[in-house]
Design a protein around this ligand. Structure first.
Ligand SMILES: [Zn+2]
Length: 164
């Protein structure tokens, strides 16, 4: 029997939202209704330390587009999907005066099969494959958070950034 990994009880450090005083509501406006957009209605927002750790967490799962492989679940353009195919790089769009190499990323979802063209060095967020991977990544990020000062600055050189 394998134990199911549980999400660490720590979280990215948050504090009461100063805009709404922690209530999550703010005076009504056309665009957001009465939901406070400082905290999206949660009443809490990341502290500087929490935001720095969260940015680091995102950075850890971000790779260049040409490092993505079929089977990766990625987060791109506000959507999450599974990559089914990666093309070889080929000469593509003009950027300034020169043509730049691009590649196609193919994915499938309920609406069918799609592909988009991307620069090789575009940033892509690769989602963890398993729950255990997700939990391990969170633990690493919380450990990193512990090495940061109140303003989100590293306190020690111990916070070594490693890709794996
Ligand atoms: Zn708020």
């Amino acid at each position: 029997m394998t134990a199911t990994p549980t999400t660490p009880s720590t979280e990215f450090e948050r504090t009461h939202c100063g805009r709404c005083g922690g209530s999550g509501s703010y005076s009504y406006c056309q665009m957001h209704g009465s939901t406070c957009f400082g905290c999206a209605g949660t009443g809490k927002k990341l502290t500087k330390r929490g935001a720095a750790a969260y940015a680091w967490f995102k950075e850890q799962r971000t790779v260049r587009a040409d490092q993505v492989v079929a089977g990766n679940r990625i987060h791109s353009g506000g959507a999450k999907f599974t990559v089914t195919e990666i093309s070889e790089p080929h000469v593509g769009a003009y950027v300034g005066a020169e043509r730049q190499p691009v590649m196609y990323v193919t994915f499938a979802n309920a609406d069918g099969k799609f592909r988009y063209s991307t620069m090789l060095d575009s940033k892509v967020e690769v989602l963890p494959r398993t729950e255990a991977d997700r939990v391990a990544a969170l633990r690493a990020a919380f450990a990193y958070q512990d090495t940061l000062g109140k303003m989100g600055q590293p306190l020690k050189n111990k916070a070594k950034v490693s890709a794996d």
